[in-house]
Design a protein around this ligand. Structure first.
Ligand code: CUA
Length: 157
């Protein structure tokens, strides 16, 4: 049987999708923070964030024409900066760390979701398109104020 190259491509793509799905399910079963950022975490002293050049002033910085880096600190019970303001149609890499306990950093309604562990810097890159506003929530139980730990991500033109 002859298979057109185009069909082969779709076959390959569907296999990739199936593997990705299995990977997602497996990841979910293993628990958060295991597979997602294995090679995109670095270590940091959570007690010395105010001496760290990235996190002493949580902020968004332009690093290229359409490229930005956001340095975000999670602590009981909020995120800094708040709101996080980034331009539309750009690539934004978030570096997120915790000043105290384990938190989550989830941009609601997107795939951007990572665990934030004291002593580690979680790196997560997103592409923005249209100007809009997102909520940011903490999805790891972190204490009495966990359920009110929220932030905002503003994508502006
Ligand atoms: Cu921070 Cu839950």
């Amino acid at each position: 049987m002859h298979i057109h190259a185009y069909e082969k491509l779709w076959l390959a793509l569907s296999i990739v999708l199936i593997l990705a799905l299995i990977g997602t399910v497996t990841y979910g079963a293993v628990g958060p923070g295991v597979a997602m950022v294995a090679d995109s975490q670095s270590t940091i002293d959570p007690a010395a964030l105010d001496e760290d050049e990235r996190f002493s002033e949580p902020r968004v910085e332009q690093v290229g024409e359409n490229e930005y880096e956001a340095y975000v600190v999670a602590r009981q019970f909020g995120f800094q900066p708040d709101p996080i303001v980034v331009p539309a149609n750009s690539t934004v890499t978030f570096y997120v760390t915790s000043a105290d306990v384990i938190h989550g950093f989830e941009v609601v309604g997107t795939s951007a979701n990572t665990m934030v562990v004291p002593g580690e810097v979680s790196e997560i890159t997103v592409e923005t398109d249209e100007p809009t506003e997102y909520g940011i929530v903490c999805n790891e139980y972190c204490g009495a104020g966990h359920h009110v730990m929220q932030g905002k991500l503003h994508v502006v033109s």
